[in-house]
Design a protein around this ligand. Structure first.
Ligand SMILES: Cc1cn([C@H]2C[C@H](O)[C@@H](COP(=O)(O)OP(=O)(O)O[C@H]3O[C@H](C)C(=O)[C@H](O)[C@H]3O)O2)c(=O)[nH]c1=O
Length: 180
């Protein structure tokens, strides 16, 4: 496994070793031991999966403490533009975002620590988005940021996305009081 770090601290892209042969390919999608070496540690208690067709944007979401979730995200089919926003109050990169293309053919993954809002654009039909979470779903603790808030200046790679009604009324950064 290779680990890529960013100017936004704590976020890690994981490029697993892929074993290709005449049958196809194999890779380890999770290794607590190997990932701990890169600071990726967590009590992973819930796995999620969503399927989205091209042009869907899900996010920007997080769960508030004490149900905050770190996430380990990947794409098992298709391709996604994964977007995370640093909402850690004391972070020098507060309000800044990072975008990483997650591709089922590259097998790359992203570790999203607690303190980030998370979302993605499905770049292909039938994109299967899988992620491990370090806490259970707690709907009463859900929070979010408006995907197209000009203050975030995020290029989602799509002009007229399919978005849930819930996500269309999330707060802007200016009207947001981070719990992290
Ligand atoms: C997240 C979640 C949802 N649900 C139910 C609640 C709704 O009836 C239905 C769809 O939920 P939602 O519209 O919140 O799904 P997404 O918009 O994909 O939410 C996710 O989108 C972004 C990208 C994230 O990072 C979060 O993990 C998560 O918020 O699944 C559950 O039963 N358990 C869960 O853990």
């Amino acid at each position: 496994m290779e680990f890529i770090h960013f100017d936004i601290s704590g976020v890690v892209e994981i490029q697993p070793r892929v074993f290709g042969d005449a049958r196809g390919a194999f890779f380890e999608s999770f290794s607590a031991e190997k990932m701990a070496a890169a600071g990726i540690v967590g009590n992973w208690v819930q796995d999620n999966q969503s399927r989205s067709d091209r042009g869907v944007v899900r996010g920007l979401h997080f769960q508030q403490p004490p149900h905050a979730q770190a996430k380990l995200v990947r794409v098992a089919a298709g391709r996604a533009l994964d977007v995370i926003v640093d909402i850690r109050r004391d972070s020098p990169t507060y309000g800044q975002h990072l975008s990483v293309v997650l591709d089922a053919e590259r097998f790359n993954m992203l570790y999203v620590p607690v303190g980030f809002a998370h979302g993605f654009t499905a770049l292909k039909d039938g994109t299967l988005f899988l992620y491990k979470c370090t806490d259970y779903y707690a709907p009463h603790s859900e929070g979010g940021l408006l995907w197209n808030d000009p203050a975030l200046n995020i290029d989602w790679g799509v002009s007229n996305p399919t978005i849930s009604a819930k996500d269309q009324v999330l707060p802007t950064l200016a009207n947001f009081n981070s719990p992290f």
